[in-house]
Design a binder for this molecule. Structure first.
Ligand code: GLN
Length: 511
């Protein structure tokens, strides 16, 4: 049968279900809005929102960390609600609408609007991000070898958005004003929704992503249909999240038992302990074989947390370093440097996945723990490159751009050694009955990573440099910090490699 004669949901494009390309473009535009906004966020807080504060770097680091942690943690709730009530399509629409609203509210230059906008994005991302990723998987039959390359194509879409958006939004913000940059991010998100909607109209998803057939969506709770209650609750949660975000002040003093923590830090400590408790309970009940694999799944999630903890500094400390200490004259603005990670991922994703295939044929494909150890080593070397850049600073304390470019190259290689590999291993290592929960834990690795980002960001606040916020006044604060990060990442990488023979044994037949 010719492709045109088949129903839309069965038509193929480049050997993949046609629906993949609608999801590809929808996610491309969603990530366009996410990363376009992220490129501006830290500088906007330092220059506008917290301009009047004495400790503006500290406040910025705290809010950035809470935002990042909540934006990834909300995906766990969004995934659950979709599975049991809304279904993927409705969730993606709800998430997309919340996120577009968030970006447009961000275009209003006002502090209350700022916190409400970030909260809309947090709630929206929770519904959008996990569901569009699961939707990709649902287009393929279980065990379809095309699924992996489908995900690689999808990861490309993510990074095309992440590459172009900081360049455009950064340029608009610098040339016309912050709100134009944020406004473009909002238009990006709306475009993503329109693409998704047109896919549904053309029938490319068949009957995929509809609400689960348990009828929960029409069942009433407190007299209201759950399908209505969920969006209402999502909107009601917005001011609550905004309150959490705006409580960035430390509850205690340095040295006391509370330390310099805020409410969100404490919430994440409680979540962390609860998850560890629950996992211990599951492990006690599991069979010996399951227990070993589950332990490895927890380990690789932990390693991923360390990696993202350093990687996600790109939108905060590294953007500030780029603004204050990198010679960007005639190249790009500090916010635009946020595009470099995605640029390298686009260049490297296919060669690295081909490398694994080539090594597999020779039976030399390194097993997962080695890849994770090497990923952390790459992160360490990348921060080492930034640490030594100080020696090449010019007379004003600005280091050559080459160092930043090299740093992002090394970090992106590390990312490709870990992130896509870990994602597929988590499903292989988790007992089927808790695989969805483990996927949530995997997403939480990014959430906890932002707690690390906040901690480091606070340590590297430069308000104590006598008022000067660029040149030699800040250079050594950053380079000393980068050296310490490099040592930690290299140490962690080395430990993982040393422990690999042991971890390998626990993994059994999983590669
Ligand atoms: N860059 C990837 C994305 O945006 C992963 C980010 C993360 O999980 N921290 O989807």
């Amino acid at each position: 049968m010719s492709e045109m004669m088949k129903p839309a949901s069965e038509r193929q494009l480049l050997g993949h279900p046609q629906g993949l390309f609608y999801l590809f473009f929808a996610e491309l535009w969603e990530r366009f809005s996410f990363y376009g906004m992220r490129a501006l966020l830290t500088l906007y807080m330092v220059d506008v929102i917290f301009e009047a504060l004495a400790k503006k770097d500290f406040a910025t680091a705290a809010v950035y960390s809470s935002y990042g942690s909540l934006v990834y943690a909300s995906t766990v709730i969004g995934g659950r609600v979709s599975d049991s009530i809304l279904g993927m399509r409705n969730s993606i629409f709800l998430g997309g609408i919340l996120m577009s609203l968030g970006h447009f509210v961000l275009a209003i230059e006002n502090n209350v609007a700022f916190f409400l906008a970030l909260s809309l994005i947090i709630a929206g991302n929770g519904f959008f991000k996990p569901n569009i990723s699961t939707f990709v998987g649902s287009l393929y039959k279980d065990g379809d070898p095309k699924k992996d390359s489908g995900f690689t194509i999808f990861y490309m879409g993510i990074n095309i958005g992440g590459w172009v958006a900081p360049l455009l939004c950064g340029w608009l913000a610098a040339a016309y004003g912050w709100h134009y940059g944020f406004g473009l991010a909002g238009i990006g998100m709306l475009t993503g929704l329109i693409v998704f909607w047109s896919g549904i109209k053309k029938g490319v998803f068949g009957d995929k992503g509809l609400p689960p057939d348990n009828g929960n969506i029409d069942k009433k709770v407190v007299g209201i249909k759950q399908g209505i209650l969920v969006p209402v609750l999502a909107f009601v949660s917005v001011p609550v999240i905004a309150y959490l975000l705006s409580s960035y002040q430390a509850l205690g003093e340095e040295g006391t038992w509370l330390g310099e923590q805020n409410i969100v830090n404490i919430i994440f400590k409680v979540i962390g302990i609860s998850i560890l408790g629950y996992l211990t309970y599951i492990m006690v009940q599991a069979t010996a074989e399951e227990r070993k694999k589950l332990f490895v799944a927890v380990l690789i999630t932990f390693f991923m947390t360390i990696f993202w903890g350093f990687h996600e500094l790109s939108g905060s400390v590294i953007t500030l370093f780029a603004a204050r200490n990198v010679d960007l004259e005639g190249i790009m603005s500090a916010s635009q440097t946020n595009s470099l990670n995605s640029m390298w991922i686009i260049i490297l994703a296919i060669p690295i996945s081909m490398l694994w295939q080539w090594l597999s044929k020779k039976n030399l494909n390194p097993r997962t723990p080695y890849k994770f150890g090497m990923g952390l080593l790459f992160a360490g070397i990348s921060f080492y490159a930034l640490a030594i850049s100080g020696a090449s600073a010019n007379a004003d304390g600005y280091v050559p751009f080459m160092y930043l470019l090299l740093m992002y190259f090394l970090l992106s290689v590390g990312e490709l050694f870990m992130s896509p590999v870990g994602l597929s291993k988590i499903t292989d290592l988790s007992p089927k009955r808790i695989v969805a929960f483990m996927m949530g834990v995997w997403f939480l690795s990014s959430a906890f990573a932002f707690q690390v980002v906040g901690f480091i960001g606070k340590q590297l606040s430069v308000e104590d440099t006598g008022g000067a916020i660029n040149g030699f006044a800040t250079l050594s604060v950053y380079t000393d910090g980068f050296l310490l990060i490099a040592k930690y990442a290299l140490g962690a990488g080395l430990l993982v490699i040393l422990a690999s023979p042991l971890i390998k044994r626990l993994m059994g037949n999983v590669h």
